[in-house]
Design a binder for this molecule. Structure first.
Ligand code: ADP
Ligand code: ADP
Length: 228
């Protein structure tokens, strides 16, 4: 459903971050990009929702070029979770989660129902947490909210850029389990960036190892364990 065709990204200073990438990511797949810092993972991810414009080649989503989508429609249909917890500190948890549904003009009742359902999904009691500010939650809880905020308007695709790497090992392990359960239930396409092989092996249906803007290896976790 997401197809890269000879995609290249050159930055203005001449750095080639991604070099002629050919790749297909299937619908409903948990797809992991892994590789050393600077190998092009974040650039690849951000080209999908056009936070970074590509230099050459084409990316298709459902066989339509991303350049042909309305950019707001494209971004609303692609959830995005960052490493740095990016909740708005002066807004309540409910308001934070409601941002995209409100942009999409969902009805008040529908948004409220959705917020409660999402909080439940990640084990945060809606009555307790709905009206709190992010600063009143732990790091792990804030990151859970970051994840469900990306899911709020039911996007087809969710991009996650090292979403758990700022967390302590225990929260991290819990969230990895949660995200796998979530994926099984919602059956969305998740594209996940990490530099942690354990995390990649635990989560990915397929793992794409990048090196210097190119694919070094692309395989299932099983195959990567057997043939590293
Ligand atoms: P990561 O390795 O986790 O992707 P980086 O520290 O490489 O993060 O990059 C952080 C931010 O700085 C990104 O938004 C990236 O686009 C930008 N950046 C990285 N390298 C450069 C560079 N050489 N010149 C300008 N911006 C850069
Ligand atoms: P990764 O996510 O794997 O750490 P990035 O996609 O952030 O890699 O970066 C890939 C390469 O592109 C690196 O060499 C980085 O320094 C460079 N780069 C990233 N962002 C910019 C930018 N805005 N301007 C110039 N170079 C950049």
């Amino acid at each position: 459903m997401i197809r890269f065709e000879k995609v290249t990204k050159k930055y203005d200073d001449g750095t080639t971050a991604v070099n002629s990438l050919d790749l297909t990511i299937n619908k409903g797949e948990f797809f992991v990009f892994i590789g050393p810092s600077g190998c092009g993972k974040t650039t690849t991810l951000k080209m999908i929702n056009r936070l970074i414009e590509l230099t050459e080649g084409t990316i298709y989503i459902n066989e339509k070029k991303i350049s042909e989508y309305d950019i707001n429609e494209l971004r609303w249909n692609i959830g995005y979770v960052l490493q740095q917890i990016a909740l708005f500190p002066h807004m309540t948890i409910e308001e934070n989660i409601s941002i995209v549904p409100e942009l999409r003009k969902w009805k008040r009742d529908k948004i409220r129902k959705r917020v409660d359902e999402l909080l439940d999904m990640v084990g945060l009691d809606p009555d307790t947490y709905r009206n709190r500010k992010p600063g009143e939650l732990s790091g792990g809880q804030q990151q859970r909210v970051g994840v469900i905020r990306a899911l709020a308007a039911d996007p087809e695709i969710i991009l996650m850029d090292e979403p758990f790497s700022a967390l302590d090992p225990i929260s991290r392990e819990k969230l990895q389990k949660d995200i796998l359960d979530l994926q099984k239930r919602i059956k969305k396409t998740i594209i996940f960036v990490t530099h942690d092989m354990q995390e990649a092996l635990a989560l990915g249906d397929r793992i794409c190892l990048m090196r210097k803007g190119e694919i070094a290896q692309l395989d299932t976790p099983q195959a990567i364990i057997e043939n590293p």
